[in-house]
Design a binder for this molecule. Structure first.
Ligand SMILES: [Zn+2]
Length: 688
């Protein structure tokens, strides 16, 4: 989709928290000196008029929520957003310096400087009009038969989805490609083929009845027509109607978001030659040749129903409609590096309508985000040199070791798990690779050509370069140390196939991680984040992968029965949350994340109790407040609704309420039966 939606999502999917700097400034002004400049939780942000047992999120954050508004160019705001801003401003300074400096031609610094400067050159972009897209649009116009259509579709596929790490199932290209370790063979990499081809975020946007979705659909049809009009393409309204109808038919064969996370349904290795028979309608040899996948013996088909359905649509839809559809997406995808009218129109739909954001981001922010997307590790290398001290890395590695030990102890004390399963779990924990801050090795950008003054060409070449990087993995043994997030990303991720975790430098910042804060605060915030990621290795998804990342069942039927029972309780617990009267949380879709939240918080609590010092502030209440404040976020309604449908995470507010599954929380806040969040002991979910 367009950059604006990605940015909105990037800023909202991050784990939520409050800028240490802001907080210090506020408490200095409002509180007596004795309490100022203390590395504490945000006491002023608490709303004591709310009973913790009724609504823990609003108890911990109500004061802050009342005082703070979402900035006009954002669709959400909270601690994650504040850290995002911090990383963005730092990156901005690095890029400004790189753009103004005179680093050697061909160096990474020169490339990021040239890329950024080209993106910032509004006048240059304006003057070129649609010329940078000319070759691509001419190639689409020249598609004269089904073979040419398939070859074009294949040549434009990119490595733009990720089924298991960041669970990104969205691409506006007809299919998404993901290249990583083979689900069934840890010694080799494999290409994965996924559904794609929609301009709106998910099939629900096309299929769900109701006035709200009707509104989105008619706004999207208008958006398609407006983009075609801007490009001076004849007959835009009729074409927009046909493009929309084609997308609706594509959406109709798509798997749902909930189905997409079921790995057992997705583990379909098809011999490359079998596609012609199994998914007739599309000239698959031409697709694979175009995509440089014609050497791959097998391809794992993640969404077999959609792959068959989309292939079958090809001969049923006139070639002219396919050309119009491809033309629209070629333009829409690049709106950010086309003249301003295209970017504004794109924002009006993706930013305003779909995310509820009133104002488009400043150019420099968009340019920073784009440079991060295209040259992430080159930027990240400079970023960590300046902003991530070796001491932080060492301290965090120690915290991770303590969290792992807490997990190991929890495994020991589990009464329901068979010894054999415990051994396998412990082996997995022991071999877990935990990446802190940045990767051990950096991506080599030497063969990527970045041309100053060619903003659109730079984006195209960077995406192709990235695709080639992933294709090259097919020829060698998988790299267990590969990172899937850049160091300047405010987020963290579990990599099931690599049995590894990535904690980027930009999330290892106060207040998530404040080296001077008490154990209660540190474990309640970054400790729970670490615990969350570790426990993904053992949640409903992670427990399907062994220590080598092989997709296999290492559980006894009895273990699985207990686990399913605990999972079912958690599904029901989250299904009962309704952020809007007409929309409740999808407990099944968010199950993995909710298990990780419960297990991660439980392990963080254990590690804090084992590690806490003599500090009188090191108490259970502080631990739980620190946790709930780390989820501090406000959302605009349109984005909140979008996320409930498409995001594997529950809304941040309910993630803060994870506390109700821990016995210690009841004692700390004197929570009693009858209060809204109260769960009777048998209903509290203990997975690990
Ligand atoms: Zn997670």
């Amino acid at each position: 989709m367009t950059a604006s939606l990605r940015v909105a999502l990037a800023a909202s999917l991050v784990l939520g928290t409050a800028c240490r700097g802001d907080q210090a400034a506020r408490s200095t002004a409002a509180a007596p000196p004795a309490q100022a400049a203390v590395h504490d939780v945000d006491r002023a942000g608490i709303d004591a008029s709310v009973a913790p047992g009724d609504d823990f999120f609003h108890y911990a954050n109500g004061g802050w929520l009342k005082k703070n508004e979402i900035p006009p160019d954002r669709s959400s705001y909270g601690i994650g957003g504040i850290l995002f801003d911090r990383a963005q401003e730092r990156t901005h300074a690095l890029l400004d310096a790189a753009a103004a400096g005179s680093a050697a031609a061909g160096s990474d610094e020169r490339k990021i400087g040239d890329y950024y400067a080209s993106y910032m050159d509004e006048a240059g972009i304006e003057a070129k009009g649609l010329a940078p897209l000319h070759d691509q649009l001419a190639a689409i116009a020249a598609i004269g038969d089904a073979h040419a259509l398939a070859a074009y579709v294949g040549s434009t596929l990119r490595a733009d989805v990720d089924a298991l790490n960041s669970t990104n199932f969205y691409t506006d290209r007809l299919f998404g490609i993901w290249i990583t370790q083979d689900l069934n063979d840890p010694a080799h990499a494999a290409p994965y083929l996924m559904q794609g081809g929609l301009g709106m975020p998910d099939r629900d946007y096309y299929m769900q009845p109701g006035a709200r979705m009707d509104g989105n659909r008619s706004a999207y049809r208008s958006h398609v027509a407006a983009m075609l009009k801007l490009a001076a393409i004849a007959d835009p309204d009729a074409k927009a109607a046909r493009i929309f109808d084609l997308e609706r038919r594509i959406a109709d064969v798509h798997a749902t978001r909930t189905e997409s996370v079921e790995v057992s349904k997705a583990n379909n290795p098809w011999p490359r030659e079998a596609f012609v028979k199994r998914a007739p309608g599309l000239d698959w040899p031409a697709v694979f040749q175009g995509a440089h996948l014609d050497q791959a013996a097998t391809i794992i088909v993640w969404h077999p129903g959609a792959i068959r359905g989309i292939a079958a649509l090809v001969p049923r839809v006139p070639l002219e409609t396919w050309r119009d559809y491809l033309t629209f997406h070629a333009i829409d995808r690049r709106a950010g590096v086309l003249p301003k009218a295209f970017g504004d129109e794109s924002f009006a739909f993706y930013g305003k309508v779909l995310s509820g954001t009133p104002q488009r981001q400043d150019l420099w922010k968009r340019a920073v985000n784009a440079t991060d997307t295209s040259l992430g590790e080159a930027v990240g290398r400079l970023y960590v040199q300046k902003y991530f001290p070796a001491a932080s890395k060492a301290q965090l590695q120690e915290m991770v070791a303590k969290m792992s030990a807490a997990f190991d102890r929890r495994l020991d004390s589990l009464s329901w798990m068979a010894p054999k399963t415990k051994d396998a779990a412990k082996a997995k924990l022991k071999t877990l690779r935990v990446g802190i801050g940045y990767p051990d090795g950096w991506r080599d950008f030497s063969t990527l050509s970045i041309v100053r003054g060619d903003a659109l060409g730079n984006v195209e070449r960077a995406e192709l370069f990235d695709y080639q990087f992933h294709l090259a993995k097919l020829a060698r043994a998988p790299d267990k140390g590969e990172w899937w997030m850049t160091p300047q990303t405010v987020n963290a991720v579990n990599l099931p196939l690599q049995n590894a975790l990535n904690f980027p430098a930009a999330i290892l910042e106060p207040p998530y991680y404040d080296p001077a804060a008490s154990a209660a605060i540190r474990y309640g915030a970054v400790g729970a984040i670490i615990g969350h990621e570790i426990s993904h290795s053992f949640d409903d998804q992670g427990s399907q992968f062994d220590a080598d990342g092989r997709f296999t069942n290492w559980w006894t039927p009895q273990d699985l029965a207990h686990f399913k029972d605990a999972s079912a309780k958690l599904v029901a617990q989250y299904n009962a949350y309704a952020p809007f009267p007409d929309l409740h949380v999808n407990g099944q879709l968010t199950l993995s994340e909710n298990i990780a939240d419960v297990a991660g918080l439980s392990a963080a609590y254990d590690a804090y109790r084992a590690d806490r010092g003599q500090d009188p502030g090191d108490d259970d209440r502080t631990f739980f407040i620190s946790f709930a404040q780390s989820w501090r976020t406000k959302f605009r309604e349109a984005l909140a609704r979008q996320l409930v449908l498409t995001d594997g995470h529950a809304p941040d507010e309910y993630r803060a309420d994870t506390v109700r599954n821990l016995d210690a929380w009841y004692g700390a806040f004197d929570v009693k039966a009858g209060q809204r969040l109260y769960l009777a002991p048998p209903d509290r979910v203990r997975v690990w």
